[in-house]
Design a protein. Structure first.
Length: 361
């Protein structure tokens, strides 16, 4: 007697073919890294700034938008689910709610009931639609085309993403993040020589943790570098820096550049900062002089650099750095120096080449 295994196969619905063509990439084009942001109808409200995130395991409804729709907390179901953010932070949802979501238009419009987790987290987006939504709608997204497509009884429905909307809400998200950081931080005085030397701790910390952190900060006030002058550097007995320049190379003095009154003021201000911090000092050094270079920054300001190309040409990169002594193809690196009472005295200041700066403009 033979046994036959019967396998029940669920009849699959006939769904239209979903495909994306090159010609569909129309409209304003943004960066290829832009997010897919659309507008939907949620609980009979037209809601914009909906972020499509295929990496999200849940559909998220942000508290600010939820409260503006006046849906009320009575409709929320209690949940024990915890959400974990990109940086590992834990978010406790206010609750869960089931709402109808409609996307598309005309005969290819589609509606599904979805469960949203409501969270009190500041965001420029109103809702994040994750994998549960994409699965419910059998949706396919294309970041290249900035579109989302899904099968319906009337054919293939689609929603076009909005680059301009994404840019607008991205800038708003940055501003909200900066504002939130300032609001959520609380100034706590740290004893020091000056009353304006303070640091910040999170205002939302629990009582015991907060007190322990504040106490630790106050005990360790002397380890903070409040101003550049507090960064004293590394003891020369531990490590010293030198340029591996061949003594036989003829020194080069670059021809002085002229920048104009406006750039001269920028250079002078940067040099004054370095002088005030003690990083450089003015000396008479006619050899190996290098000009400063001003590089424009995105914010309309300038970044000052030094033109070290002449030094780079004759710098011996084969020489490995050691704690003391030289290991440029001869012998082995010296062992780490002795630090403590038995350590040798540091070199005399006269034997240490002073830091070099170009002539002030």
């Amino acid at each position: 007697m033979s046994l036959k295994e019967v396998i029940e196969v669920e009849a699959m619905e006939e769904t239209p073919l979903i495909q994306f063509g090159r010609a569909e990439r129309s409209g304003p084009r943004g960066s290829p890294n832009d997010a897919l942001v659309i507008t939907v109808v949620l609980a009979n409200y037209e809601v914009g700034c909906i972020f499509i995130d295929s990496e999200s395991s849940a559909d998220i409804f942000f508290g600010e938008a939820y409260d503006q729709m006046q849906l009320g907390d009575v409709s929320l179901e209690k949940v024990n689910t915890l959400l974990y953010g990109f940086a590992g932070e834990v978010v406790h949802p206010r609750g869960m709610i089931s709402l109808p979501l409609t996307i598309g238009a005309g005969p290819t419009q589609k509606t599904c009931m979805l469960k949203f987790l409501v969270v009190n987290v500041p965001s420029a987006y109103n809702v994040i639609l994750g994998r549960p939504t994409l699965t419910a709608f059998q949706a396919v997204i294309s970041i290249y085309h900035m579109k989302i497509k899904f099968p319906t009884l009337g054919g293939v429905g689609e929603v076009q993403g909005d680059h301009l909307q994404f840019k607008k809400y991205y800038v708003e998200a940055v501003r909200k993040g900066q504002k939130r950081n300032l609001q959520d931080e609380k100034h706590q005085g740290v004893p020091s020589r000056s009353l304006d030397k303070t640091t910040r701790v999170d205002a939302h910390l629990g009582g015991k943790n907060k007190e322990e952190i504040i106490s630790c900060l106050r005990r360790s006030a002397d380890i903070f570098a409040w101003v550049p002058q507090d960064l004293e550097g590394i003891d020369p007995r531990v490590i010293t820096y030198h340029l591996n320049i061949d003594p036989g190379i003829k020194p080069v003095k670059q021809k002085k550049r002229y920048f104009g009154p406006e750039k001269d003021k920028v250079i002078q201000a940067e040099v004054d900062k370095l002088m005030a911090a003690g990083y450089i000092e003015e000396i008479q050094f006619p050899e190996w002089l290098s000009n400063v270079v001003l590089v424009p920054k995105s914010g309309g300001k300038w970044r000052m650099c030094i033109d070290f190309r002449d030094l780079n040409k004759i710098h011996d990169y084969r020489c490995s750095t050691s704690f003391s002594g030289h290991a440029c193809g001869r012998g082995t690196p010296s062992p780490p120096p002795v630090v403590g009472p038995d350590a040798p005295p540091p070199p005399e200041p006269a034997s240490i080449p002073p830091p070099t700066a170009t002539d002030s403009p």
